[in-house]
Design a protein around this ligand. Structure first.
Ligand code: C2E
Ligand code: CA
Ligand code: CA
Length: 421
């Protein structure tokens, strides 16, 4: 967790900041003054460095959980900015495994070289409290394993598109008034050759940080448009009078900030020949709020193509309602966390009621996500939610199941029952 303000310590000339052999829970940057680092080897005091303003020291023990390999003493009146373990831990945990592996490797070599050049280090005064140290439990080997796994995943995801290992599943979104399928959401899966079926939670974050999400995302949109073509054709066949279906697709942050996004979407839609009004782009609130000015430009571009825009997981992000009218949005998808507790908890129900009212006043459609129980369906319909999506109606399924569903709904077969009011 980040500290609220920068923490500083002051040292008089000749005072010790830390001693060789001690465990170290912080690093320092010299804001004013000077510090000397020295080490005791074979009974001799050896100067390692004289440091001045702006220089960092004490970072090694923080990175590899070893004890201090030298002592630090102020040589004049000195002010130090203290960087604590708590400030670094979260950053290290989020850091690219390849980078942390490199860093640990460099540090291990450095310590090794230092001890060979200077002689054996002094015995530690205390055992380092391992669990309090950065990277505790993560030895160089573990860092190496993580980095190698990451490299392997990068290679695999890079090949997955070419090897046709991704697949799209579709989850129906039902009109809660009529109980028929109004549209579907495209959800990506990865048929991994060794690990089997992988869900987005297993690879989207990696695809995002590695950048592969951009080509994967365009593949998703292309396949979704092709599938929509097929679904529309089946619908026209079984019920020419039925309103057209829509297709939702998800976009993550990296894709949204891609400067070619609008042009690529336009190319895909044109080349497949679907009606852009039946394509809905789902984005999250945080994606809009990261850079509202740029988001507005991108959204305007997407809207100019004729697409619809939905806010996904609504209520879980910034929830700054003020942005709603600033962006061209068509639909709010109320997050599953509210929907799943709305029948149990008056607070959640009020949130859903308020969101539904807000959406109505702004002229937006509402989709309730994660409907699992009949009571939830009834409640959400009573709160005048337009659409519902969730396991109660269907899990995400392959395209054949959607085709069958369309035939069943419009061909007089069984329609998934709506919960009775
Ligand atoms: P999401 O957009 O919120 O999609 C809905 C997720 O909730 C899906 O998980 C769906 O299977 C699950 N779900 C639907 N109904 C229910 C229900 O009644 N109960 C419960 N417990 N879960 C339900 P999935 O397919 O694992 O996708 C997870 C997330 O991955 C999606 O969340 C979306 O944010 C992301 N994602 C999926 N496909 C893509 C993609 O093509 N591109 C990008 N960028 N992200 C994607
Ligand atoms: Ca979604
Ligand atoms: Ca969602």
């Amino acid at each position: 967790m980040l500290r609220e303000s920068v923490y500083r310590e002051e040292y008089q000339p000749g005072t010790t900041v830390f001693r060789e052999g001690e465990p170290g829970a912080c690093a320092y940057v010299i804001e004013r003054g000077a510090v000397k680092l020295e080490t005791l080897r074979n009974g001799r005091r050896i100067a390692i460095a004289n440091l001045g303003e702006g220089q960092l020291f004490g970072e090694m023990a923080l990175i590899d959980s070893e004890v201090r390999s030298s002592s630090a003493v102020a040589v004049e009146e000195t002010v130090l900015v203290v960087i604590g373990l708590d400030q670094l831990r979260a950053k290290f945990e989020q850091a690219d495994p390849l980078l942390t592996f490199f860093m640990r490797n460099i540090l291990e070599r450095y310590r090794d070289t230092e001890s060979r050049l200077l002689g054996d280090p002094m015995k530690p005064a205390t055992d380092a409290p391992e669990e309090a140290m950065l990277g505790a439990g993560l030895t160089l080997n573990r860092h190496r394993e993580r980095a190698m796994r990451e490299l392997k995943m990068e290679e695999e995801i890079n090949q997955a598109l070419g090897r046709n290992e991704f697949a799209l599943y579709f989850q129906p979104i039902l009109d809660l008034k009529t109980g028929t399928t109004a549209g579907v959401e495209a959800l990506v899966r990865w048929h991994h050759p060794e690990r089997g079926l992988l869900y987005p939670a297993d690879f989207i974050a990696f695809a995002e940080t590695s950048g592969f999400i951009v080509p994967i995302g365009f593949w998703v949109l292309e396949q979704a448009c092709l599938a929509l073509h097929g679904f529309q054709a089946r619908l026209a066949e079984v019920n020419p009078a039925a309103p057209p279906l829509f297709m939702s697709f998800n976009l993550s942050s990296r894709q949204f900030s891609d400067i070619d996004l609008v042009r690529n979407i336009s190319n895909i839609i044109d080349s497949i020949g679907v009606n852009p009004e039946q394509i809905k782009m789902e984005i999250t609130e945080s994606l809009l709020m990261d850079n509202p000015a740029r988001a507005a430009v991108t959204l305007n571009g997407v809207k100019a193509l004729g697409l619809e825009v939905a806010i996904d997981d609504f209520g879980t992000g910034y929830s700054s309602l003020s942005y709603l009218h600033r962006f061209q949005i068509d639909t709010l998808k109320i997050d599953r966390s509210f929907v799943s507790t709305a029948t149990l908890n008056a607070g959640s129900m009020e949130v859903v009621r308020a969101v539904a009212g807000l959406a109505r006043n702004l002229g937006l459609d509402i989709v309730a996500e994660g409907l699992e129980q009949p009571e939830q369906v009834t409640l959400l319909r009573d709160l005048q939610c337009d659409y519902g999506q969730g396991y109660f109606f269907s899990e995400p399924v392959g395209p054949e199941c959607i085709l069958e569903r369309i035939s069943r709904e419009h061909g007089g077969g069984n329609v998934t029952p709506l919960a009775s009011a």
